[in-house]
Write a protein of this length. Structure first.
Length: 305
């Protein structure tokens, strides 16, 4: 039986922009990255596109931002794997090495005429509005808007990937971190701003709510399928009970044939009962997921940026 799957970024309208031709060369650069970093770059590019749409950016700027998002971590291919893939916290020395992926990525883009227009993605995506970012420690007025968008997409996906969310359940905790990073810091060079642009984070909340509603739709569709399968197997069970009670062989055969007609695929008279129990468990599990997702939306709608 089909089981629903959900990907946070699977509805991005990249193809609607006909980016395949213009992006082919740029995206081939991602093949040099490790699997985890490549997936992260794809997620950030896709989410950047979604954010641009909700920010009502024009088509050209959205395409440009999307490519910048895809290329933002391209410099990580030159970061030693022992640092890039370290599961624990980086030492101060390792962190300094990790930070160089911004300048490495910038140089890669500037050295390649086809990548040069998108150098802002790799270079500025770790700059913070309050001046606490890197590599230059710029403040809001000097940070390109595309980098402000990519920063939010990057931070969101980095936390989501680290926590290995399989669903949007509990994802409001991630949004709270991004919201916290919009608050001004009196110790920062620019005391009026936090790290993230609050307007972009507000749009991110809308995107997450939209995706959570879509996840509910997919899960609900699967629940409806399960209900039909449970109903069918309940009928099989009724025929089984009736067959056991029947006195005449003719009646027994009638109910037996009815059971056989209702069974599907690998189901048999011997295993249908256990399959019925599996469907029941799956149904209860998915119903609970839907309830939790609705609760998550309520929490997100109450968040203030």
């Amino acid at each position: 039986m089909y089981k629903e799957t959900f990907d946070f970024y699977d509805r991005t309208s990249l193809k609607s922009y006909n980016l395949d031709q213009t992006m082919r060369y740029q995206l081939n650069m991602l093949d040099r990255l490790d699997v985890f970093t490549r997936k992260h770059c794809e997620n950030v590019g896709d989410l950047t596109c979604r954010l641009c749409e909700h920010l009502h950016c024009n088509k050209g700027f959205t395409e440009y931002c999307t490519i910048c998002g895809y290329l933002h971590d391209i410099g990580k291919q030159f970061i030693p794997p022992a640092i890039l893939q370290k599961p624990g916290k980086l030492t101060d020395e390792e962190y300094e090495v990790m930070k160089t992926h911004t300048t490495i990525g910038y140089k890669m883009c500037m050295d390649d005429l086809k990548l040069r227009p998108y150098a802002a993605g790799p270079y500025y995506h770790h700059e913070a509005l309050n001046g606490t970012g890197y590599p230059q420690g710029l403040t809001k007025k000097d940070i390109p808007y595309e980098a402000q968008i990519i920063r939010v997409a990057d931070e969101y996906d980095a936390i989501v990937s680290k926590r290995q969310y399989k669903s949007h359940i509990g994802i409001s905790d991630t949004l709270k971190i991004l919201i916290e990073n919009t608050k001004p810091n009196k110790q920062a060079p620019n005391k009026r701003w936090g790290k993230n642009n609050p307007a972009i984070v507000r749009v991110l909340l809308k995107v997450v709510i939209e995706d959570t509603e879509y996840e509910i739709f997919l899960t609900q569709s699967y629940v409806e399928e399960l209900k039909e399968e449970i109903k069918r197997l309940k009928q099989v069970e009724k025929y089984k009970i009736a067959m056991d009670k029947a006195k005449k062989e003719k009646d027994k055969n009638y109910y037996l044939e009815g059971m056989k007609m209702l069974l599907k695929n690998d189901e048999t008279l011997e295993n249908y009962s256990s399959i019925y129990e599996e469907y029941q468990k799956a149904y209860e599990t998915r119903k609970a997921i839907i309830d939790n997702l609705y609760n998550e939306i309520k929490i997100i709608k109450k968040l203030k940026v």
